[in-house]
Write a protein that binds this ligand. Structure first.
Ligand code: B12
Ligand code: SF4
Length: 527
């Protein structure tokens, strides 16, 4: 039996979301590993281009085509399914989009798999081989500690080569943000894999840079932290030297031991969803962990930096409280906090989330010409009516940010700043690469934006603010702080010298006193 696993392209953002790196679609590598050796598996990843897909998926070439998809790639996924139908190849769709709207996916695919499919994949393959593929498969949360979650690290797509490797050590997130599908899809409890198996897979990864795709690497409680620290200790002791990047919540900044271990284990950056600096918006998003720590962001970010780890800050614009100034204010505040790389995206009600249900009830989502409109759920376009401005106006505000990012020289400044704050050359180089990728993305998107909006943003108060944030001298404040530190150190040195002289003179006085006492004693004896 021969199968092809396909990752369809999100056409509207082709080349935009990949930050210049080709990251594996781990779900497909996981399914490939769960495939018996008698079944031949090919991977086609359209982030490398979609020109050859139809040529490869021809009659007789495969017995089953499995397609994964984010919502933004669903339109293309359905095209692939239609092509396979014409070629007579059975098809199955799984992944976040199919799980959110299985009835829609079933209109295009012979079969739809909902949820995590680790345990049911062998059954699906058996059914396909026997020609009795079911219309619907219901997956379940995989018991990761029983050997699930490992990927076929050696499997590369027919049409390209990934330049980083991906690995997952846990699934699930207890935070449950209103706009996110993770807690609904992967569950609230954090499920961990067996540490030995992770280290084994870690050592089998074919690249020196890893993306640890966990949703919340460090977790939110003592027990989560203890497990993460034990994993880090084992990676330090037994793992191959890899540099890596992952995702976590802001509370990790409070754990110097965890952060130090992470750095020693090769971590050079953590993506943290800050989302907004507005307390009410955080409440609406149900992001309690951020609301609780809002006043301590600077301290927590500094915690990461002290350990040598950079902070990738993700922000969302479009909350009910957001105004035309929010994008610029957020950028400025993020730079002030010392966040090393910043991603600002449009609030997007993803299907299957509580936010999607709420916005639908409120009649606020207008991009509903499905499946064509799924292409617009890319996080670079507003698909609903925000409260304080039009959707188009919100997009224009983010366009101002992208345009400024594409035109102003800022990347080196951030690199130097990161170097200064983290004192880690590898972290600074990682950030340099990220920010260069960010700038490249902004440049790719800028002409599309210009075409869509029909203008180039002029300098106004918002653009001036964004420019000021981007052009902020890399280390001026830090140098000033260092000068103060130097001055304090000098004072301390003078004080220490004075104390030393005092101690010395006290000691000498004591010695002289002892000698005088001895002489006095000798004289009195002589008398
Ligand atoms: C890594 C990751 C990324 C990487 C992507 C790497 C890549 N090659 O595409 C990066 C950082 C680039 C990224 C970007 C984005 N991401 Co992302 N990302 C993730 C993350 C954290 C992990 C994905 C992963 O590897 N999971 C591990 C594997 C094992 O799980 P899985 O893919 O779900 O596969 C299992 C099942 O779904 C099923 N399955 C999957 N496919 C198939 C296929 C078949 C045939 C079958 C039977 C079963 C099956 O079986 C697998 C094993 O159980 C998820 C969250 C999550 N926990 O999944 C978000 C997530 C997938 N991302 C999401 C989004 C929205 C985005 C962005 C739009 C966000 C943004 N801010 O720009 C962009 C868009 C990228 C794009 N391609 O267009 C959403 C998607 C929701 C949706 N309905 O579309 C998620 C779910 C997070 C969320 N906020 O809810 N992302
Ligand atoms: S903390 Fe992150 S992964 Fe967890 S629910 Fe919120 S957005 Fe999703």
């Amino acid at each position: 039996m021969r199968i092809a696993l396909v990752n369809p392209i999100a056409r509207r953002t082709q080349g935009y979301h990949t930050i210049g790196s080709r990251i594996p679609q781990l779900g497909l590598q996981v399914l490939a590993r769960l495939t018996p050796p008698s079944v031949h598996v090919d991977l086609i990843d359209e982030t490398f281009g979609s020109e050859s897909t139809e040529r490869w998926l021809r009659r007789g070439a495969y017995d089953l085509v499995g397609v994964t998809s984010y919502s933004s790639g669903a339109t293309r996924a359905y095209e692939i399914a239609a092509h396979c139908r014409r070629e007579g190849i059975p098809t199955i769709m799984g992944g976040p989009h199919a799980s959110a709207v299985p009835d829609e996916a079933a209109l295009y695919f012979d079969s739809v798999a909902v949820g995590e499919c680790d345990e049911i994949w062998p059954q699906i393959l058996d059914d396909a081989a026997a020609g009795r593929l079911q219309a619907r498969y219901q997956g379940s949360l995989a018991p990761l500690h029983h050997g699930f979650g490992r990927a076929r690290q050696d499997l590369q797509p027919l049409n390209g080569m990934y330049d980083v490797a991906a690995i997952q050590t846990s699934r699930g997130c207890p935070v449950g943000c209103e706009y996110c599908s993770v807690t609904l899809f992967n569950g609230a409890p954090i499920r961990r894999r067996n540490i030995d198996e992770i280290v084994d897979e870690w050592n089998a990864t074919p690249r020196r840079f890893l993306f640890v795709v966990d949703d919340n690497f460090f977790g939110v409680g003592e027990k989560h932290a203890e497990w993460a620290k034990e994993l880090l200790r084992q990676i330090i002791a037994r793992g191959k030297k890899r540099l890596w990047f992952s995702q976590t919540t802001i509370n990790m900044g409070d754990d110097p031991e965890g952060l130090r271990l992470a750095y020693r284990a090769g971590c050079r950056g953590m993506l943290i969803g800050f989302e907004t600096f507005n307390r009410t918006s955080l409440e609406q998003y149900h992001k309690g962990i951020n609301r609780k720590n809002l006043d301590r962001y600077a301290q927590l970010v500094a915690g990461f930096h002290r350990a040598g780890i950079s902070v990738f800050g993700a922000f969302i614009i479009g909350a009910d409280q957001d105004t035309e100034d929010t994008v610029a204010d957020t950028a400025l505040e993020a730079v002030r906090l010392g966040i090393d790389t910043i991603q600002i995206t449009n609030l997007t009600p993803l299907p299957g989330t509580r936010m999607y249900e709420r916005f639908m009830k409120e009649g606020r989502i207008f991009a509903t010409n499905y499946p064509a409109d799924w292409e617009r759920y890319t996080f670079v376009e507003t698909v609903y009516h925000p409260r304080q401005m039009s959707a188009q106006r919100l997009d224009e505000m983010i366009y101002e940010l992208r345009h400024t990012a594409a035109t102003v020289p800022w990347v080196w400044r951030r690199t130097l700043r990161t170097l200064w704050r983290t004192r880690s050359l590898t972290t600074a180089l990682f950030i340099h690469g990220m920010n260069k990728g960010w700038k490249r993305m902004a440049r790719i998107q800028a002409p599309r934006d210009r075409e869509r909006f029909g203008f180039t943003p002029a300098i106004n108060r918002r653009v001036a603010k964004i420019k000021a944030a981007m052009e902020k001298p890399p280390v001026a404040k830090e140098l000033q702080a260092a000068r103060v530190d130097l001055w304090k150190a000098e004072l301390a040195w003078i004080e220490a010298n004075r104390r030393w002289r005092q101690v010395e003179s006290e000691f000498n006085q004591k010695r002289w006193q002892e000698r005088l006492d001895k002489i006095a004693e000798a004289l009195s004896k002589a008398k």
